[in-house]
Structures are given as C-alpha cells and as structure tokens.
Design a protein around this ligand. Structure first.
Ligand SMILES: Cc1ncc(COP(=O)(O)O)c(C=O)c1O
Ligand SMILES: N[C@@H](CCCC[NH3+])C(=O)O
Length: 416
C-alpha cells in the first residue's frame, strides 16, 4: 500500500492533498508519511521476529526529530555516527541503551558522551579506535561495550560512492586481521567484547552480497570461539535497497529468510539490523513548484524552485528519482524536460529527459526523497533549506520550519 497516491486526480500524502500542503507551507517542501515510516519499520521488525533482535534505524538517512520520535515510540534502536545524531535521538525520546555507534572517526569527546549516555555498543573500525575507547572508558572507570566492524571484502554491486565492504574502502577491519584485533580487544581492561558488525554498502538490490558477507562473518565467529572469544550479538548493518525506478530489491521478509537460513543453530546470537533508506526513502517526497519553462537549442528545461542544495542525490550520484505532477493535467501535451534548479551549477538537476505535461506554477513531487534528502541539504547559493512536514492521516505537522534569511548568517560576524 502506498500512502502517496492519486485520489480524485490529485496526489495525496495519506489523507491530505499535497497541493494543499504546498500552498499552506510553500515550496520546496519535504513531506513525510508517518504511516509509511511505521509500516517499513514493522516490516523489518516482523521479518526477524523469530530471532532475539533489535532494529537500529540508521539516523543518517533522515534525522528529523519528527521521524526519530515516531520510531522511538515504536521502541526502535538507533545506529548513529556522531554526537549530533546521538543528541537528536535523546531529544526525540529514543532509548540510548538501544544505540549502536558506527563510523571511522569517533572523537574522544564523542566516545565520552556516548559512554555517559550508556549506549549499547561501539562498532569499532580500527586498532587506534580500540585504544582510544579503552582510554576514555578507563578515565570514566567503566567498561565500554564494543563490537568489531569487519570489512568482509564483498562487492555490494552498488554505486562506488556508497559501497563500503571492499578492501579498498576505508571502513572496518580486514577479515584476515580480525582474530588479532579481537584478541587485543579482549585483553584491554576497559573494553567488553560484545559483538561483530558489518555494513557492506547502501541501495543493494540483490541478496547475494548480504549472504556472502554473513557467511564470512560466521566463519570468523567460529574461529573466535575456538580462541574462547564469545560474542553475543551479530550486527549485519543496513543497506537494503528501495525501488526508485524499476529496481526490485528483496522484501525484508525475503532478506531475513536468507539470513536466518544461514544462522540456524546460532539462536544465542542477537541479530541487529541497521536499515536507513528502506525505512525512510519511500516515506517522503520533495515538492517543488515549476518557475519557468525554457526551450533550449537541444533540450527543454523545467526550471523549478528546488535545487541540488535541497536534494543532492541526482547531482552527486546521478541518482534517478521519479518526478510526478501533483495535479496531473490533460489540457497540455507532455514534453521532455530536464528538471533543473536555480543553483549556478551545470550539475544542478533533479531529473533528466522526463516526460511532463506542465506549466509554470504547477507543483511536482520528487519521490523517494525521505532518505538522504533533507539530511544532505546545504545552503549553497545562500538558499534557505526547505521546511519538513509530517503527515499523519488527516493531520499535517511542521517537523522543521523553513529556514529564514537571518538563519543563513547565524553565527557569522561582519568586520567593522
Ligand atoms: C554503518 C552503517 N549502517 C547503516 C547504514 C544505513 O544504510 P542504508 O540506508 O542503506 O540502509 C549505513 C549507510 O550506508 C552505514 O554506514
Ligand atoms: N547518501 C547516500 C547513501 C550513503 C549511505 C551512508 N552510509 C545516498 O543518498 O544514496
């Protein structure tokens, strides 16, 4: 079931016409559907329900307090990569004892803060980080719960910028080095070895790389056991893809079934999942207004009021996201347009060669914009970042106000 559908010839977000929201709050505008976020979270939670498990939503995908609070109410855990993300989880009412802390560059200050907040586990990515966590935990006279992020060296077959599980990537510890690192960690006085972790990349549409990675991790877990290093949880990361266009990623049930099949006889291991995109992407749209139509020599351009600073994915990864009319027209013939923003960059486009029947003043919706959308927005070209709205059935809630001009220079100082 889709909560962004056409009813009476216009696009709705749950039970509210998107055009009404756009008129009330202006554009560009992010709109999220609470029911979709909840449905996606439950899809993961149900898929692994026969395991002792925890869904740790990857906050980086969409860290708006509205989104985090909806998930916190469901009892979700969270995967964070910074003090800022942890602070958002706390602010949103999330349970810090269900937080895993990923990322290659944790500072001492971030580690201290996370220990004080009693997080569940640090996913450690290097020898040097182990030393640092052990030191900071020693200063606080506590034991830090850790798991080691293994780089399984599998090809996630996704965009090279979002592939993380190859030898050439900066993430995790090589399989061949894992035993040595686990032994070191076990011998450190202020660490408690809890688990094993991996995350091989994002927007994976095939199950094979997940299963390959899991098999490699299970071999390592057995090897650790032979050395009396016992772990209690296995964190398989996130990465499950979503349909942007004609991709057919596995459903969480299919993904979980393939993983469970490999985990037979290992019921003592708690399974942790870190989905981000699969929960948030298709729970959001970016609404934009057509400003001008321009006939170029080779192309037609629909110049809209959203730009690469609002939604970076098309410019950064050549990502394709559907662009659909909010109130489809029958009175105009469709033409092919490059949908571009006002930013002074040739790479500033939201979509290329799209068939659209549009006129200036029309609203368009960029679909699948709930993940890696607003979180990657910037103020480039001194553009205020968009507002964000959560729709809950017939209700629209402003979960982030549109930035105001004075926000653009907040904290800056003139020279007098
Ligand atoms: C460590 C880690 N966990 C989870 C995620 C979430 O990934 P996705 O949004 O593809 O599910 C990411 C981002 O790719 C990540 O780096
Ligand atoms: N920002 C990326 C995903 C990065 C995943 C982070 N580990 C995207 O939009 O697809």
């Amino acid at each position: 079931m889709d909560f962004f559908t056409y009813k009476n010839k216009q696009l709705f977000a749950e039970d509210v016409p998107v055009a009404d929201i756009a008129r009330a709050h202006g554009t560009p505008l992010y709109i999220y559907s609470r029911a979709t976020i909840e449905r996606h979270w439950h899809a993961f939670n149900n898929a692994v329900s026969k395991h002792d498990h925890l869904i740790c939503y990857a906050v980086k995908a969409n860290s708006n307090l509205g989104v985090l609070s909806v998930l916190a109410k469901l009892g979700s855990g969270f995967d964070i990569v910074s003090k800022g993300e942890l602070s958002r989880v706390i602010e949103a009412g999330g349970d810090t004892t269900k937080v895993v802390f990923s990322g290659v560059g944790k500072t001492s200050d971030e580690i201290r803060f996370a220990l004080q907040q009693n997080i569940m586990c640090f996913n450690v990515e290097s020898d040097a980080e182990l030393d640092r966590i052990n030191n900071v935990a020693g200063q606080l006279d506590v034991k830090a719960p850790i798991s080691i992020r293994i780089n399984p060296d599998v090809d996630a077959k996704t965009h090279p910028y979002i592939s993380t599980g190859l030898k050439a990537n900066k993430f995790g510890i090589a399989r061949d080095d894992a035993l040595r690192v686990y032994k070191r960690a076990s011998a450190m006085p202020n660490l408690e070895v809890k688990g094993m972790d991996c995350h091989i990349g994002s927007q994976l549409t095939d199950i094979t790389p997940f299963v390959d990675a899991l098999e490699r991790l299970l071999v390592l877990i057995d090897e650790l056991a032979e050395h009396n290093i016992m772990i209690s949880h296995l964190d398989v990361g996130g990465g499950l893809g979503v349909p942007y266009n004609d991709e057919t990623p596995p459903h969480p049930d299919e993904y979980a079934a393939a993983m469970s099949a490999k985990m037979q006889g290992r019921e003592h291991l708690k399974l942790i999942l870190e989905p981000g995109r699969a929960i948030a992407a298709n729970a959001g749209i970016l609404v934009t207004e057509v400003e001008y139509l321009k006939q170029g020599e080779e192309k037609n351009f629909a110049i809209v009021d959203a730009a690469m600073n609002d939604l970076l994915r098309p410019a950064l990864y050549s990502a394709w996201q559907a662009i659909i009319p909010v109130q489809p027209r029958l009175d105009i013939a469709a033409q092919k347009y490059d949908v571009v923003g006002p930013v002074c960059e040739t790479g500033d486009f939201l979509g290329k060669d799209r068939d659209l029947a549009i006129a200036p003043g029309d609203f368009l919706a960029v679909r699948s914009a709930g993940a890696y959308g607003f979180v990657m927005a910037s103020n480039y070209n001194s553009r205020c970042r968009p507002a964000e709205i959560m729709v809950d059935k017939t209700q629209t809630i402003i979960v982030r106000e549109r930035e105001k001009l004075k926000d653009l220079w907040k904290g800056e100082h003139k020279i007098t």
